[in-house]
Ligand binder design. Sequence first.
Ligand code: SF4
Length: 330
Amino acid sequence: MEVCGTHTMSIFKHGIRSLLPESLKLLSGPGCPVCVTPQSDLDRFIVAARQKDVVVASFGDLFRVPASHSTLMKERRQGHDIRVVYSPMDALDLAKNNPDRSIIFLAVGFETTAPAVAATVLMAESENIQNFFILSAHRRVVPALELLITHPNTTIDGFILPGHVSTIIGEIAYTHIPEKWGIGGVIAGFEAVDILYAIHQLIINIRKKTPCIENAYQRAVHPEGNRKAREFISRVFSITDAQWRGIGMIPNSGLMVNSKYAAFDATNHFDLNTEKSASPKGCQCGEVLMGLISPIQCQLFDKACTPGYPVGPCMVSSEGTCAAYYRYHR
Ligand code: SF4
């Protein structure tokens, strides 16, 4: 399984699947943060956007993702103030430039994104900015891998481990996996040769029955990851159980703002309660994210669901598996 959405795109872009023998199957995993964000969080983002005197700041890839009854893009068309930002620091600038408004940054992403969000909260604190808030939907990758390994319906022999996330968490974050479950992984970069090398090493280790974690992306990933970035995360966030789209609750897989920084947690300042969330009818993103089906097995693929009219987030996001299949595999 390639865990990361960027790997999925790169594998398609380079035609790697078409080079592999039939006995070797690549599954795409839950490595697209927008795709794994559950409907309940998306609905909360909509509720946040409807708050009075609030500006919602978000990365652009969330704009078209369908929540139960709306999208951020529709909300903006209806007059709510929702801005695309390229970093959480941009959102903090919005707060500084609009002291009479509250800025809520929608914090979506894995360990790759969380350090920058944490650093922004620390900066907001040091500059005494009181109108900047975050709505955390951050997720942690390793608990999801553990769930996939132990899930009764999955059959995964090895992981192509995410390059970006690993720059933060390091190879040490995975070393318990082969010891505990006998499944190995290779941390890989994003060039074709990186991915081919990772597949090659996985095959060798599976054949020899010597599962291990190999860091094949040493030009970016230190064995211990990025200590400073992890320190930022642990200063601002606490680990919590979290829902994943289609997968359900995964213990210890989320990051919530901890009590020390509660002043920056949007959930403490706004009424963000939502009505019951409803997943898009017929969408099988959950099964796609777990590698149980390929997007072309979804009945809506390339019919009711296309990048122009996406039904589920896996078709919207630039890293989504359904979008990758649509673009490269039709
Ligand atoms: Fe959901 Fe569309 Fe993918 Fe089907 S093709 S799983 S509807 S995103």
